[in-house]
Write a protein that binds this ligand. Structure first.
Ligand SMILES: Nc1ncnc2c1ncn2[C@@H]1O[C@H](COP(=O)(O)OP(=O)(O)OP(=O)(O)O)[C@@H](O)[C@H]1O
Ligand SMILES: CC(=O)N[C@H]1[C@@H]2OC[C@@H](O2)[C@@H](O)[C@@H]1O[C@H](C)C(=O)O
Length: 393
């Protein structure tokens, strides 16, 4: 048997695996790296995040990402370069991370790489063709496995697309494995670039779990800050939005998109919620004298409204909402959410034993663990073996 296949069999037979999870999210702010110890698999999975770091992207890569991601028309050379360069960079960052944390690469069983979503195109949001759902993540995993010498799993969304779903949110699988409860109904809300939640009813089987995107998370606020405030990439601690007031006409125009009334589950990305979307809404209300801080206060409320609408449509009030993702650090967003969802009890994701910033990188480590060693019966008809495998030798 070739050495690499033998290696996969050995990894599958272990009772506990060290997996490095990588997530490059829609906020385009950097690569999240989580070293995870995962024991068992399926409903017996136990996980621990041993080390975590977010590496900001160097300006050259950040510019390439900005030029290519979520745009319907791009320079194909840039797209092609991005695939290889991002993979190479992710491999280098994993090596740096392991050295920093004094972890021998031989001790790591696998890397689970989400890559960077460059375009997400659910059928529901397209009207002009008869094609199916599609999504594309870049950051070639052969570059990562060659650079690090570690087995690398990637491209996790394509199996879900092939099964006729939208390729997201995949959080539902990890949430069910680690956070289902016999005592309470739980909502796991993640506010990254795009916001999503998983509803885990008390004692539920996987078939009754719901997971959906809700609309923008930080993406619109970030894009607006980057375009309008020098040297700032996001509204840290909502300092800017707190100086403004909500423009009700703009808010209601922003909320008019049919996405907000489409049934769940549904997915979306910055392909829709971007500065063009905001510009169109401002044009519709026929006023362009709204102050920048009022626009940010409105975008903050808009983000919270999208989340609250989806939760109100799908969840009864007797649930705890555990919040993760960068949005949990935005005090005005959290205040807006609490006022729009007064009957829910908000809790920090930390209460479940994990740092809220690590959730998505951990998710991909969990998915890789299932592909390498899982029990295919846990999720009923849904396929567990997500991802493609890149072998280092
Ligand atoms: N102190 C803070 N105040 C306000 N916003 C914050 C703060 N800290 C983080 N954020 C927001 O969180 C964002 C990063 O969130 P996160 O890392 O969850 O995004 P992501 O990985 O791109 O997410 P996804 O893939 O789920 O879209 C930042 O770009 C910023 O908008
Ligand atoms: C296509 C894509 O990259 N979607 C992301 C994005 O960021 C948040 C939200 O939109 C979510 O649907 C998804 O990521 C998480 C990790 C998921 O699949 O659960």
């Amino acid at each position: 048997m070739p050495t690499s296949l033998k290696r996969l069999t050995d990894i599958a037979q272990k009772t506990s695996r060290l997996i490095v999870g990588l997530m490059s999210g829609t906020s385009l702010d950097g690569l999240d790296v989580a070293l995870c110890r995962i024991s068992g698999s399926g409903l017996n999975t136990k996980a621990e995040v041993l080390a975590f770091e977010t590496f900001a992207y160097p300006p050259e890569i950040a510019n390439l990402l900005e030029a290519v991601c979520f745009k319907p028309q791009v320079d194909l050379e840039k797209l092609c370069l991005l695939n290889a360069e991002l993979g190479r960079l992710h491999g280098k960052l994993v090596k740096q991370f392991l050295q920093k944390n004094k972890v021998d690469k031989e001790a790591v069983d696998a890397i689970a790489s989400h890559g960077q979503t460059v375009y997400h195109s659910p059928k529901k949001l397209r009207t002009e063709d008869s094609f199916g759902n599609a999504t594309l993540q870049l950051g070639d995993a052969d570059q990562i496995s060659t650079e690090t010498g570690i087995v690398t799993l990637s491209d996790f969304r394509q199996k879900n697309i092939a099964e006729g779903k939208e390729g997201a949110p995949l959080a539902v699988y990890g949430d069910y494995l680690l956070f289902r409860s016999a005592e309470e109904n739980r909502v796991l809300l993640n506010i990254g670039g795009i916001a999503n939640f998983t509803l885990l009813p008390k004692n539920s089987s996987f078939q009754n779990v719901l997971s959906t995107d809700t609309g923008p998370g930080n993406t619109l606020m970030n894009q607006y800050v980057r375009a309008n405030f020098a040297n700032q990439s996001f509204d840290k601690d909502a300092t800017l939005a707190l100086q403004g007031k909500i423009d009700e006409a703009l808010l209601s125009t922003l909320l008019q998109h049919p996405f907000f009334t489409q049934p769940t589950p549904k997915t979306v990305g910055p392909e829709l919620f971007n500065l063009h979307y905001l510009g169109d809404a401002i044009q519709k209300i026929g006023r362009n004298t709204i102050s920048k801080t009022d626009i940010l206060a409105t975008l903050n409320r808009f983000t919270a409204e999208g989340i609250a609408k989806a939760i109100n449509q799908n969840v009864d009030g007797h649930s705890s909402i555990f919040v993760s993702g960068g949005g949990v650090h935005n005090p005005l967003l959290m205040q807006n959410l609490q006022s729009l969802l007064p009957n829910f009890s908000f809790k920090n994701f930390r209460a479940l034993g994990f740092n809220p910033d690590t959730k998505e990188a951990l998710l991909f480590a969990l998915l890789a663990n299932e592909t390498l060693a899982g029990d295919p019966s846990v999720f009923g008809e849904a396929t567990l073996s997500m991802g493609k495998i890149s072998l280092p030798d």
